[in-house]
Design a protein around this ligand. Sequence first.
Ligand code: ADP
Ligand code: ADP
Length: 229
Amino acid sequence: ANAVELRNLRKVYRGSGRSAPKEALKGIDLDIPEGSIFGLLGPNGAGKSTTINIMAGLVNKTSGTVRIWGFDQDVNPRQSRASIGVVPQELNIDPFFTPRAALEVQAGLYGVPKSERRTDEILAAVGLSDKAEAYARTLSGGMRRRLLIAKALMHRPAVLVLDEPTAGVDIELRQMLWRYVRELNAQGTTIILTTHYLEEAQEMCDRIGIINHGEVVACDDTRNLLARL
Ligand code: ADP
Ligand code: ADP
């Protein structure tokens, strides 16, 4: 089965003030198989963030169909949203929240009952146990990235999306991140990541979709796709 299905997905950003409207997605069709590590590859401005932000329910689509874990976003918005977690690209974190508090807030937002929060377990999994009570403003970039992953995992999403997860990340953290992502995948989580590096997609993903100017220009198993380049 497919973890995510996009059908004829279109997005037009309405121009604000004097800027013209921008057609960011021009009819995206995409099937992301359950259990895969799927790479959405394309140059800057291709429409990667727009695509995943729509999947996550953070940006409204203009038209088309989005199904997450079988739930149509228009028909079952709550179940659809509950099935996906997103690790954003920007390291925006409230400076005066501790990781523990940030996770509690996230749990509240997603309606995770107190008994099911696993806060300590999640903090340990991303290596932040000893920073649980530290103000976020004292955390390094790598720690912030890991906190964002922890937040995205709080409601146990079936699908985890990482937007440019290795942007500005050093080699050591990148490898830790990859190990962790593979582990989550081995435990059954479908992974989607965006990147503009072919090497990264090649190394991590079993299937790759290439998007450019708001259109899918290729989508195949990594091996087949590479053989055609
Ligand atoms: P990518 O993630 O592949 O770099 P984006 O999805 O961020 O691409 O952007 C796709 C296109 O939509 C770009 O031309 C970008 O400038 C435009 N865009 C993205 N967000 C907005 C926005 N909030 N308002 C207007 N245009 C936007
Ligand atoms: P830009 O001109 O915006 O910098 P690129 O030169 O990165 O764009 O990409 C041009 C075309 O090649 C696009 O269709 C893009 O999707 C595709 N493309 C980009 N990177 C790769 C890649 N690593 N492998 C295959 N195709 C790619």
